[in-house]
Write a protein of this length. Structure first.
Length: 429
C-alpha cells in the first residue's frame, strides 16, 4: 500500500504544557495545547485541578469498563451535560439519568431498524441527485458537499416523510452559514441549526411526518404524549440535536471517507468493482465497512468522552478516587502507538476478519453504554448507502500534493482546516 502522509494532530510533551494557565473550561475541550503527546504511548495522564483529579485516558481496558460494562458507575460528566444543555437545551445531549433515559426510550422510533432502512432509501436518492451536480462542477469540496448531503437526508427522513423531495434551499443556506462559522464555537453553530428547526416548526413541515415520529409534536404545547412522553421543550431540543448530528458527524465521516478513497485509487477501484458486481453481497459490503471503520479510526466523530467517577477505578495498577473526572480520549485510543501498527496510515485491512484481533476498547467511534450514540444504526445505514452510490457512479481523485498540506482542526469533531478538494468524474468501469 502506498504510504501517504495523512493529517494528524501534534501535541506537546506534558512537561512543556503550562497546565496552571489552563482554566477548567479549557481543559475539558480537546485541543493540541492541553493534551500531552505521551498519551500516544501511555495509558493515562493524571492532573490535579484544585481538589479534583482529572485523568486523560488512552487505555482500552479502562475505556471499555467506563463506557460499556459499568456505565452506571461512570455517568456522563455533569460538565458535559451542561455544555450540551447550553447548546441544545433539555434534550438527550443536555440531560442525565432518568430524564435522559426516558427521552431515549421516547425517541426509539427515530433510531429503529425500520427508520435506518428508510434513511438508507432517502440517502440513495439524495446521493444520485448530488452526483449529477458534482459531475457538472467537476471539482468539489467533499467537506462542504457531504455536510449538505447529510443534512438534506436528515431533512427528508427525520424531518420529512422518508421520501427525497429534492435539494431544499433552506438546508443549503444552513450549511453555507455553518461553514462560515467558527468550528470551535459550538453554541453559535447550534444557533444556526436552531433557525432550521424553527423553520420546520413555523412552516408547518412537521405535518408531513409519520404519526409515530415524535418530532411531529414540535408545534404542540402538550408535547409528545405517547408513553414515556416528551414535553414540547424536549421535542424542540431533540429536534435540534438530530439536525445538528445529522450533518456534523455523519457528513464529516463521509467526507473523510471519500477523501481517503480519492487518495488510494487501488482500494477505491477494488471497492467499485465489487459494488458494481453486487452491492448486496455480504463480503463486498464488509469491504466497504472496513474502509468506513478505518475512516472512523483516523477521524473519529468525537475526540473525547467525559465521565464522572462515582467509584474509584484502577488503571494499569494505579487507583484513581471516586469524584475524579475521566476524559476517555478516542483520538489517542485510535492512534495509540502500542495498539496499532503504523497508526497514522490508512489501512482498511486492519478490520478484515483475518487481521490481528483489535483490543476491546481500542476502537469506539460511537462511544458506548447508556450514553453512547443512539443513532449509530441510522448513521451506518446512511453512510453505507451514500458511499455505495458514490463508488458505483463516480471516481474520486485527490491530489497527494494538496493532501499533504491538509491539517486538522479539533473542535466538537475533527475538521479539515481547508477544503477537501476532490475531482469527480463519471465512473466508466
Amino acid at each position: 500500500m502506498t504510504s501517504i502522509q495523512l493529517p494528524r494532530l501534534k501535541f506537546a510533551a506534558a512537561q512543556e504544557i503550562d497546565w496552571l494557565a489552563l482554566s477548567a473550561s479549557e481543559l475539558i475541550r480537546f485541543r493540541q495545547n492541553n493534551r500531552p503527546v505521551e498519551l500516544l504511548e501511555q495509558p493515562f495522564h493524571q492532573l490535579q485541578f484544585g481538589e479534583r483529579t482529572l485523568v486523560f485516558i488512552a487505555d482500552p481496558a479502562a475505556a471499555h469498563e467506563i463506557l460499556v460494562t459499568h456505565t452506571d458507575d461512570f455517568p456522563k460528566a455533569v460538565v458535559q451535560q451542561r455544555l450540551g444543555s447550553q447548546a441544545f437545551g433539555p434534550g438527550i445531549s443536555g440531560t442525565l439519568g432518568a430524564r435522559n433515559e426516558r427521552q431515549r426510550i421516547a425517541l426509539k422510533a427515530l433510531v429503529s431498524a425500520k427508520q435506518a432502512q428508510q434513511v438508507g432509501e432517502v440517502a440513495k436518492a439524495a446521493t444520485q441527485d448530488a452526483i449529477q451536480r458534482w459531475l457538472a462542477t467537476g471539482e468539489i469540496d467533499l467537506y462542504r458537499e457531504m455536510s449538505e448531503l447529510a443534512l438534506q437526508i436528515t431533512w427528508d427522513s427525520l424531518f420529512g416523510n422518508n421520501q427525497y423531495q429534492g435539494r431544499d434551499p433552506v438546508v443549503t443556506r444552513t450549511i453555507d452559514e455553518l461553514h462560515q462559522a467558527d468550528k470551535s464555537d459550538f453554541v453559535t453553530s447550534a444557533n444556526i441549526v436552531a433557525r432550521l428547526t424553527q423553520h420546520f416548526h413555523d412552516s408547518g413541515r412537521w405535518q408531513l411526518l409519520p404519526q409515530d415520529n415524535p418530532l411531529r409534536a414540535i408545534a404542540d404545547e402538550q408535547g409528545w404524549p405517547t408513553a414515556p412522553g416528551l414535553s414540547q421543550a424536549e421535542v424542540k431540543a431533540n429536534a435540534l440535536v438530530f439536525a445538528a448530528s445529522g450533518h456534523v458527524t455523519t457528513g464529516l465521516t463521509m467526507a473523510w471517507c471519500g477523501w481517503l478513497l480519492g487518495l488510494h485509487p487501488d482500494i477505491q477501484q477494488d471497492l467499485a468493482e465489487r459494488l458494481l458486481a453486487d452491492p448486496d453481497d455480504d463480503q463486498h459490503r464488509r469491504a466497504l465497512r472496513n474502509v468506513v471503520n478505518e475512516t472512523l479510526r483516523l477521524f473519529p466523530p468525537g475526540t473525547d468522552v467525559m465521565r464522572d467517577a462515582k467509584r474509584a477505578i484502577t488503571i494499569q495498577g494505579q487507583e484513581f478516587p471516586a469524584g475524579s473526572m475521566l476524559l476517555v480520549s478516542l483520538y489517542f485510543l485510535h492512534r495509540h502507538h502500542k495498539l496499532w501498527d503504523q497508526p497514522d496510515q490508512f489501512n482498511p485491512q486492519r478490520f478484515a476478519p483475518d487481521a490481528s484481533p483489535i483490543a476491546k476498547g481500542s476502537f469506539m467511534p460511537f462511544s458506548g453504554g447508556n450514553y453512547g450514540c443512539s443513532g449509530m444504526s441510522v448513521a451506518w445505514s446512511e453512510i453505507m448507502a451514500v458511499m455505495t452510490e458514490c463508488l458505483r457512479s463516480v471516481q474520486f481523485d485527490v491530489s497527494p500534493a494538496s493532501a499533504s498540506q491538509q491539517r486538522l482542526e479539533p473542535g466538537v469533531c475533527l475538521y479539515p482546516t481547508s477544503a477537501l478538494r476532490c475531482r469527480v468524474t463519471k465512473r466508466t468501469a
